[in-house]
Design a binder for this molecule. Structure first.
Ligand code: ADP
Ligand code: ZN
Length: 435
């Protein structure tokens, strides 16, 4: 079986990768400086000229770009080529505020799809596979990216888009899909729907899934792997850098290789902007080394992450990023304590509950409140009030141990929490209403 989509580059030596990065960054900075007035002004203000960037080690001299810059430049302000050369527009899902639009030339689309093709091959995909793409199609990058990647690999692409779960299942069974691509929350929903219809994990032909676009825990991975009888691989990306495929998991399933020949990654201290040494936790920053139309330099993702370099059993040499530990702006500060929704998910799954939950934060009498609705499975359901209250107390205690603050738990009947077909929304912070 094919192990790599582009073996030369995916297993290139460190020296070869640095050489490629050195060449590309010099050209890219010149391209951006000459064509993007907004970034040219930022560089001028910082006193940096394109000539000052002689290789990748000079990258720290460049100014950062933030999401606010993208909003300010909406829609064309960061475009680095004639609109005539562009063949595609995609947009963020708008999880955190106003949408951002990104532009692609044909070269940019190819580069992006190749990154997704690398991810599919790393998950064991080849031209023998039927790849069911159940990410949303349209402006969202998930559908388009994996669709293009599956084409490049030569697989049979099943362009389902998200939603219509009944039809997803019918096609999955009738057309014998072998690889499923969607958000992890939708994968969990599909697994649940299969079970509800009496299917066992071995009844489907799936062998792997490529799940990303939102944070998910190791416990969630295990639940999906068991529910669908597959290996579940993580994939990471953001519209600002292309879409999914900036980084992907390999057979080791321990961290995602970043496609370093196209995207240079740094970890910075989010407060000071200082570049942190390898292995330290901080904000992930990306520079697109060879994109033409929308080449962001030193873009601050707000994703908190750790980079590690080391030998990987898959043979790939590219640096790895850990699962993002939530966005800096996903973090909830409740009564002064930092709480990440992923910590809540971990406790729930460890305690044997389903990944169907909702987190409500509010402020009452000047005190923050944290309420978590947790859905019971049919087997767990009981109408014995005392028994339910006992379980709620036990779960609240487990949460307190993990989070440092105790939530109020509400166990709710099966199928009462809305399922997600795309990026799950699991947090409602009502405090903003009172501000
Ligand atoms: P939006 O900002 O509107 O959500 P995107 O759809 O481009 O825009 O989403 C990109 C973001 O999604 C990333 O910055 C990251 O926070 C999140 N994301 C993408 N893939 C993953 C993943 N595999 N694990 C965790 N978070 C992810
Ligand atoms: Zn690997």
């Amino acid at each position: 079986m094919q192990r790599y989509y582009q073996p030369d580059i995916e297993t290139a030596s460190r020296e070869e990768i640095v050489k490629i990065q050195n060449e590309k960054i010099v050209k890219q900075v010149r391209h951006v400086y000459d064509n993007v007035e907004y970034y040219r002004n930022l560089m001028d203000k910082k006193g940096v000229k394109p000539e000052d960037i002689k290789g990748i080690e000079d990258i720290h001299k460049l100014p950062f770009l933030k999401k606010d810059d993208l909003r300010e430049c909406y829609p064309y302000g960061l475009l680095a080529t004639d609109l005539k050369n562009c063949v595609r527009i995609q947009s963020t899902s708008g999880t955190t505020g106003k949408r951002v639009v990104a532009f692609y030339t044909q070269h940019d689309v190819d580069l992006w799809e190749e990154c997704c093709a690398r991810a599919i091959v790393a998950a064991g995909g080849s031209d023998e596979d039927v790849v069911q793409v159940a990410y949303g199609y349209g402006l969202f990058t998930g559908g388009a990216g994996l669709h293009g990647g599956a084409h490049k690999v030569g697989a049979m692409t099943l362009p389902m888009s998200s939603g219509n779960t009944e039809r997803q299942i019918q096609f999955m069974m009738d057309l014998q899909s072998t690889i499923l691509c969607c958000t992890p929350s939708y994968a969990a929903f599909i697994a649940e729907s299969l079970k509800d219809r009496g299917y066992k994990p071995e009844d489907n032909k799936l062998k792997a899934g490529i799940f990303g676009a939102e944070p998910w825990t190791e416990e969630m991975r295990q639940a999906i792997e068991e529910g669908l009888g597959i290996k579940a691989y993580d994939i990471y990306g953001l519209t600002e850098t292309s879409g999914p495929g900036v980084a992907f998991e390999c057979s080791e399933q321990k961290g995602m290789h970043i496609n370093e020949d196209h995207f240079y990654a740094e970890i910075i201290d989010p407060d000071t902007g200082e570049v942190l040494p390898e292995g330290e936790k901080g904000e992930l920053v990306f520079t697109a080394l060879d994109k033409e139309a929308f080449p962001l330099l030193r873009y601050r993702t707000r994703d908190i992450c750790i980079l590690t370099r080391g030998k990987c059993s898959c043979g790939r040499t590219h640096v790895k990023m850990c699962k993002p530990m939530g966005r800096s702006d996903d973090m909830l500060i409740i009564r002064g304590v930092n709480v990440f929704p992923s910590q809540i998910e971990t406790v729930l799954l460890n305690e044997g509950y389903t990944p169907n939950y909702m987190i409500y934060v509010d402020r009452k009498n000047n005190t923050d409140t944290l309420d978590i609705d947790v859905e019971l499975s049919v087997d767990q359901f009981s109408d014995n009030i005392a028994d339910l209250q006992e379980r709620e107390k036990k779960l609240a205690a487990a949460m307190r141990t993990m989070l440092g603050i105790g939530p109020k738990i509400h166990l709710v009947p099966p199928k009462t929490i809305q399922r997600s077909e795309g990026k799950a929304v699991r947090v409602v912070d009502n405090r903003k209403l009172h501000d």
